[in-house]
Design a protein around this ligand. Structure first.
Ligand SMILES: Nc1ncnc2c1ncn2[C@@H]1O[C@H](COP(=O)(O)OP(=O)(O)O)[C@@H](O)[C@H]1O
Ligand SMILES: [Mg+2]
Length: 434
């Protein structure tokens, strides 16, 4: 039997792959990464609000700060699809901040709208993303750029820290440098884990494919063995049938023909020496020869019918009708065969119907029987039903066992449904063309 290995059971915890309890929203978010990234962007934007220029500033300065924070926060949204581009945009914004927002040049006050804020943490997130999803050389380049940016920020901030009031600036710069390193390490570890799990999965898949292939080979071997057995039994059966025919010819027709030849020889001799008083003896010999000839003919006809019933020449429908008419139990017959099956199949179906109807009369005590035959999708389907006592089953050497063997030689099926008390439904399924 070909069976697929059972799928691996799903983890029982709500988080799927997590052995510890996790809030339900976590696995949901993992399935909806875009939502997660949008939420991350919103958080980055929100945490930058306290650092925007205060009420005393002109509206365009505040608006500028809002736009820069929003742009930085927005870079995390497409981070999975375009990590390099998102990182480049965030770094470009960061560079603008370093040049104009920290310490432009001696004497020029920094543009407050471009002072770094917590929204710059987007760079950290994007660095993590690069480390987790991109080759190491790219993420290392990203790390170098981020660290360089952090160093530059601190360097430029130091001489100017007295000049403007943005207190979290140094903190932001230090945090940027430290967290850039941390983000890279975490991302790199994540990439390593992903590669490791991918290799495990790959190995598991290959093992499964191998198991499948082995199951298929085993099934094919089993099928080959089955077919060999069937062919052997078909060969045995036809050999036995030939032996039976040979014996029947030897014991029956041959003996009778010998007797006939003997009688005719005697008649010939008697005719040569014909005398009037031999009339009685002649008549007796002729009578015996005639009788022998008739019986031999009948026997040969039966023999031929056992090999191929002549009624089958007119098709299975006609042959079944003849069987139904000859049955001692009334039979309702319904045949709808669109395409004539091959002769071997018709012959098997005919012998099955003959045996099954004989069983109905012999064993069932039924008042009526039904025979249906039809073809569908290249299969011939025949059922013989009776309303008798039921209890039909395979018995060694019995007629039903013989039918099963015949049917199996062409890969067909025989189903017996015959509970005690009846009714009996026997279904035969054969390929239309063997
Ligand atoms: N239509 C039927 N209704 C009830 N019993 C049946 C029917 N057909 C077969 N049987 C039972 O199943 C047994 C096996 O049938 P079969 O193999 O044809 O053997 P048999 O050579 O006796 O006919 C029979 O002996 C009979 O008891
Ligand atoms: Mg029988």
């Amino acid at each position: 039997m070909l069976t697929r290995p059972a799928p691996r059971p799903a983890a029982a915890t709500p988080g799927g792959a997590y052995p510890w309890p996790v809030p339900k929203v976590y696995p949901w978010l993992r399935g909806h990464p875009t939502v997660l990234d949008c939420a991350l962007g919103v958080v980055l934007f929100l945490v930058s609000i306290p650092q925007w220029p205060g009420r005393g500033n002109p509206a365009y300065v505040v608006a500028g700060a809002v736009v820069v924070s929003a742009a930085l926060a927005a870079t995390v949204v497409p981070r999975r699809r375009y990590p390099e581009a998102a990182f480049a945009v965030a770094i470009a914004l960061g560079a603008l901040q370093i040049v104009f927002g920290v310490q432009p040049s001696n004497g020029v006050p920094p543009a407050r709208a471009l002072e770094p804020t917590n929204a710059d943490l987007a760079i950290v997130v994007l660095l993590y993303t690069l480390a987790a999803y991109r080759p190491r050389r790219i993420s290392l380049a990203g790390l170098a750029v981020a660290l360089g940016g952090a160093a530059l920020t601190i360097g430029r901030w130091a001489p100017a820290h007295g000049a403007h009031s943005s207190a979290p600036l140094l903190g932001a710069a230090v945090a940027l440098g430290g967290s850039a390193l941390l983000a890279w390490v975490l991302g790199d570890h994540m990439a390593y884990r992903r590669a490791y799990y991918a290799s495990l999965e790959d190995r598991a898949e290959r093992a499964e494919a191998e198991r499948d292939a082995q199951a298929q080979i085993a099934a094919a071997a089993e099928r080959a063995r089955e077919l060999q057995e069937r062919r052997a039994s078909a060969v045995d059966e036809s050999a036995a049938r030939l032996r039976r025919i040979e014996r029947d010819l030897h014991d029956g027709a041959q003996v009778r023909l010998a007797a006939l030849a003997l009688a005719l020889g005697e008649i010939k001799e008697n005719l040569e020496a014909a005398a009037a008083d031999d009339q009685g003896r002649m008549a007796m010999l002729v009578g015996a020869a005639h009788q022998n000839a008739k019986e031999t003919l009948a026997e040969l006809r039966d023999l031929a019918r056992g090999i191929h019933p002549p009624v089958l020449d007119r098709g299975l429908g006609a042959a079944l009708a003849t069987l139904a008419e000859a049955s001692a139990t009334p039979v309702a017959l319904s045949v709808s065969i669109a395409e004539r099956p091959s002769p071997a199949i018709e012959s098997i179906a005919y012998f099955c119907a003959a045996e099954l109807l004989a069983n109905v009369t012999k064993h069932s005590g039924a008042s009526r029987a039904t025979v249906t035959a039809g073809d569908q999708g290249g299969r011939l389907l025949m059922t013989v039903t009776d309303d008798g006592a039921g209890g039909a089953g395979l018995a060694p050497g019995g007629g039903l066992a013989g039918l099963l063997e015949r049917v199996q030689t062409v890969d067909g099926r025989l189903d017996i449904d015959s509970p005690p008390g009846g009714p009996t439904i026997i279904t035969i399924e054969l390929p239309s063309h063997a």
